[in-house]
Design a protein around this ligand. Structure first.
Ligand code: ARG
Length: 484
């Protein structure tokens, strides 16, 4: 049995809660990760209480001094958790009061754990969103670098996993790169939306004290306070949104990894991953396994799971705070950590992989991957595209049956399918030409991938600057709160 005096809310109760109640309701294991943000939130709150004359200056000062000691312990990993206190918020307040005496009890004036936890978690996830955007940005840069080196590396482009049209490795890598560009943008968009401070919403209805929510919001590096107290304590859409950002990034990562696993197989042989980022087999000496890519692909499951947890958990909740909301932390803390580590390691995997140019070219040159180009050629000679499609289809059948490529057929053979075909057909059939001629905006020609590469670098640099500025702003707030 927990002794009654120990619980911060014990007044109304005749007996203390059962040990099993505490064990079941405690969130300390998870929300202890919010300790730093909780103390910062309290430092901002107490300064505001002092400035607004809500608590005496000397009490505020002793609270500030006490909080600074706790902050120091948190930073050094030395803050001792008391498991008889159900969460991090009660832990900080309990420790403070046991050290500085009754003045500590004034800290919780004009706030509630409901607005406190919403504020803490926003601050925590705000940092995570910036870290994720940075990690995704880095991964994108690795892909762009591969593209820079491979503007002329011809490879098969696939649809339905069948050879479709020739592309370059640059084009393929940039396709992944722009997916990650949107992912990084999404993290920053989510950051902007969660950049409002719920502190001072109190339990649900605001407070009778003359608090200054703009002051606390600013001190904690938020753009402004949230607009409505009930909204502030009842929603976790900022958590769900980040869970989605993480899930979408994980889905993109899993596609990239799926390809790397395939491409490193003997059958494809498109890529060899660096020894440092592969593993061996305990029994088969020849094996070099793409375990990192497989693990990243596999981790997508739990990242998507955390999104499912959030949307299911919050569905149908009445306003305002409900204890269900306590279940929001673990899944998203974990999925953000997972995605950040996946991006970080994949960035290294990509940067160190050797792409086999000759093998890609050889595979592309085999078969009828240039059939669309022959059809397009006929169109330039005045044949309607639909008709050209049929003509080339017949030529392809013939080339398959005779075991040759289209460009290996003689002019006479080709002309049996259409007398519009002339000698210049051999200029357009080599796969290298097919690639170069696809110079429409966003296409696979090297002129076009050059444009993509410079756009991508611009996007990366713009985001880097935003991340740097936002990180700096938050750091400055912590400095000021800890030093003032
Ligand atoms: N540990 C709680 C959470 O994470 C803090 C808020 C508790 N509020 C309450 N009314 N019990 O949601």
């Amino acid at each position: 049995m927990i002794s009654l005096q120990q619980a911060l809310w014990s007044g109304r109760f005749a007996v203390g809660m059962d040990d099993s109640t505490l064990a079941f309701t405690s969130s300390l294991d998870v929300d202890s990760h919010l300790a730093f943000y909780d103390v910062m939130g309290s430092l901002a709150h107490v300064r505001m209480l002092k400035k607004c004359g809500i608590i005496p200056a000397e009490d505020a000062d002793s609270i500030i001094a006490g909080l600074k000691v706790i902050l120091d312990e948190v930073r050094k990993g030395e803050f001792e958790l008391d498991y008889s206190q159900e969460d991090i918020h009660t832990n900080v307040e309990f420790t403070l009061t046991s050290r500085i005496g009754p003045a500590g009890g004034k800290l919780h004036t004009g706030r509630s754990r409901n607005d406190q936890v919403a504020t803490d978690f926003r601050m925590y996830l705000r940092d995570d969103a910036l870290k994720a955007a940075e990690a995704v940005n880095q991964l994108m840069m690795s892909l762009v670098k591969v593209a820079e080196d491979n503007g002329d590396t011809v490879m098969p482009g696939f649809t339905h996993m069948q050879h479709a049209q020739p592309v370059t490795l640059a084009q393929h890598m940039m396709a992944h790169a722009f997916k990650f560009s949107r992912d990084a943008d999404r993290f920053l968009d989510a950051f902007r939306r969660m950049d409002k401070c719920p502190l001072g919403a109190a339990a649900l209805a605001g407070t009778t004290y003359p608090i200054d929510r703009h002051m606390t919001a600013q001190a904690l590096g938020f753009r402004e306070p949230t607009e409505n107290s009930m909204d502030s304590v009842s929603d976790r859409d900022f958590v769900t949104e980040l869970a989605y950002c993480a899930a979408q990034t994980a889905i993109h990562l899993s596609s990239l990894c799926e390809e790397l696993v395939l491409w490193s197989s003997q059958e494809f042989g498109f890529v060899e991953m660096d020894d440092r980022y592969t593993t061996g087999s305990s029994i088969m000496p020849q094996k070099k396994n793409p375990d990192i890519a497989e693990l990243v692909r596999g981790k997508t499951g739990s990242v998507i799971g955390s999104l499912m947890t959030m949307i299911t958990m919050t569905k149908g909740l009445p306003l305002t705070y409900n204890r269900d909301l306590q279940e929001d932390k673990r899944p998203v803390m974990e999925s953000m950590e997972t995605v950040i580590s996946c991006c970080t390691i994949m960035s290294k995997v990509i940067a160190t992989s050797a792409f086999r140019k000759e093998r890609m070219l050889e595979v592309t040159s085999r078969g009828q991957i240039n059939a669309t180009d022959l059809a397009d050629y006929l169109v330039t000679k005045g044949v309607p595209f639909r008709e050209a499609h049929g003509i080339v289809g017949a030529a392809v059948r013939h080339s398959i049956e005779s075991g040759r490529n289209l460009e290996d057929m003689t002019l006479d053979e080709l002309r049996e399918f259409s007398d519009r075909i002339e000698d210049d057909v051999y200029d357009i059939l080599p796969v290298v030409r097919c690639v170069e001629r696809r110079n429409s905006y966003g296409g696979t020609s090297s002129a076009s991938t050059d444009v993509q590469i410079s756009k991508a670098i611009e996007q990366i640099m713009l985001r880097d600057e935003v991340i740097r500025q936002e990180t700096q702003l938050i750091e400055n707030c912590w400095k000021q709160l800890a030093e003032e």
